[in-house]
Design a protein around this ligand. Structure first.
Ligand code: PLP
Length: 483
């Protein structure tokens, strides 16, 4: 499989060439040069395989279509090492929970939650990051290289990266987070890690300050090269690819027969998760609608309703109770637009490079392509507010006895507006409620359930260094750790 850039650079690259990279050199995002098509016989075989051999076997089948520069036996071993019941808690890895919904008129629609949050950090990012950790370790060993991962997090990404990379050979992680601003549980999760290759840096500032420091360090090309600085952000193709697998696994669990369709609703921020759904659909998985759910930060909902994509300034980015969806622009969205425009790299570049730089927006409302977002690609959208989240958390708990987190609540709220008779709806559960306890208390007047393995985690010794919002200080620390 060859990979190309959404901005027109078609120099052929293999999977492992782009594995450790972020953006393409022309500023675009990497995509495979085609989507392998899954025919009826293959889909039938995969359904059986998931049921009898499990998730890792299914993952290997799907990944093999996109990765031809890792020997099959090695790739299989990496999948088996990653997707084990010991790490993800169940044999299915991503089990469905059926909600029998009495509150809507669509009693004929099966409504499911797909659990993606039973990995080490209780958010769906583990699904991809755990694989990435194993792929990175494998590829770095093969090349005899080292990597220092520098990242900024407001919570879920940083902890998922640290738990994926802890103890891995050839890898160090330097993770910046805004001092005192993550939830107590998230701080405890990250700062209690004692692994020598994991470095928590709490920056005296807000999340944007952390991100600015990462950019400043990455823009110092000499430093970046000398210290082999890399990232694990959500534009990484390997992360997206890993996420394609659970759309197949969700589909097989929600249906009996491959003639049926399923709709998915995805709580969305940077468009990484739902973009994996788009890829699964392009491969031929019978997905009807892909419902994009946003919170008050509705950049994506606005686009799918109006055809206008308008990035927000930091002043119009809301801090919400579903913080992992608080984005000002959706960094993976360019991938979908590239497909929507018939893979016209020059036009994608005009929109994402020129138009966004000059006016912060582009408008496809009058373009025939925009009409295809729903008809041809299945995309619809909706948004949710703090009041919606509270009401939805309460309602799902009272009616079904199931406690959902704030992000999943945004999904359930929006999904309910898009139910179709006879078409199962699967909402991706992106985190567990314990990560966002304050809002659960506000909604339900009680504490969220805590998986027993996290008992007392707030009392564990912490390994974190507090630093001013200063790129020089961070660079000096990185240099000292690598000496
Ligand atoms: C990251 C995250 C999201 C948003 O996912 P994207 O891939 O950025 O769209 C939603 N919910 C939770 C809990 C997350 O951690």
């Amino acid at each position: 499989m060859n990979y190309l850039s959404t901005r027109g650079d078609t120099a052929p690259r293999n999977f492992c060439d782009i594995l450790l990279e972020g953006l393409a050199p022309d500023g675009g995002l990497y995509l495979p040069d085609h989507y392998p098509q899954v025919d009826a016989a293959t889909l039938a075989r995969w359904r059986d395989m998931y049921a009898t051999q499990g998730y890792a076997a299914l993952a290997f089948e799907i990944l093999s279509l996109y990765i031809d520069d890792i020997p099959a036996a090695d790739l299989k071993a990496l999948c088996e090492k990653t997707y084990t019941p010991a790490v993800f808690g169940t044999r299915e890895i991503v089990p469905l929970t059926k909600l029998h919904d009495a509150s809507t008129s669509s009693a004929r629609t099966d409504f499911y939650l797909e659990a993606l949050s039973n990995g080490p950090t209780l958010a769906f990012k583990d699904m991809a990051m755990q694989l990435l950790g194993n792929l990175f370790e494998y590829e770095l060993a093969r090349r005899g290289e080292q990597l220092n991962i520098l990242g900024a997090t407001s919570g879920d990404t940083g902890s998922a990266a640290e738990y994926a990379m802890r103890g891995k050979h050839g890898i160090r992680v330097f993770m910046l987070s805004p001092h005192g601003r993550m939830s107590q549980f998230q701080q405890a999760q990250m700062f209690s890690l004692q692994d020598e290759n994991i470095h928590n840096i709490a920056i005296e500032g807000v999340f944007d300050d952390c991100q600015d420091i990462v950019k400043a360090v990455s823009n110092d090309l000499a430093f970046k090269r000398q210290y082999k600085i890399g990232t694990v952000n959500s534009i990484n193709w390997a992360r997206l690819l890993a996420q394609v697998v659970y759309y197949f696994a969700g589909y097989f669990q929600a249906t009996r027969d491959n003639g049926e369709k399923v709709d998915f609703t995805v709580p969305s921020g940077n468009f990484g998760n739902v973009c994996a759904g788009h890829v699964a659909r392009m491969m031929g998985l019978p997905i009807g609608q892909l419902v994009v759910a946003t919170n008050e930060n509705d950049v994506l909902d606005e686009f799918f309703r109006t055809g206008v994509y308008r990035v927000r300034g930091s002043a119009d980015t809301h801090e919400t109770s579903s913080p992992s969806m608080d984005i000002s622009k959706a960094s993976n969205f360019e991938r979908f637009v590239f497909d929507l425009l018939g893979r016209d790299g020059a036009r994608t570049r005009l929109l994402f490079h020129d138009a966004l730089a000059s006016s912060g927006r582009f408008d496809l409302s009058a373009d025939p392509a925009f009409g295809q977002t729903r008809e041809r690609y299945g995309f619809v959208s909706g948004k949710s507010t703090h009041a919606d989240r509270l009401a939805t958390i309460r309602d799902v708990f009272e009616q079904h006895g199931v406690m959902i987190d704030t992000h999943t609540a945004d999904g359930v709220k929006v999904a309910r507006a898009h139910l179709r008779p006879g078409v199962p709806m699967v909402v991706l559960e992106t985190a567990l409620p314990i990560k966002f306890a304050a809002t659960i208390r506000e909604a339900l007047g009680r504490d969220p359930d805590r998986p027993p393995r996290f008992d007392g985690i707030e009392k564990l010794p912490r390994r974190v260094r507090v630093m001013p919002a200063d790129a020089q200080a961070v660079k000096a620390f990185v240099a000292q750790q690598c000496a």
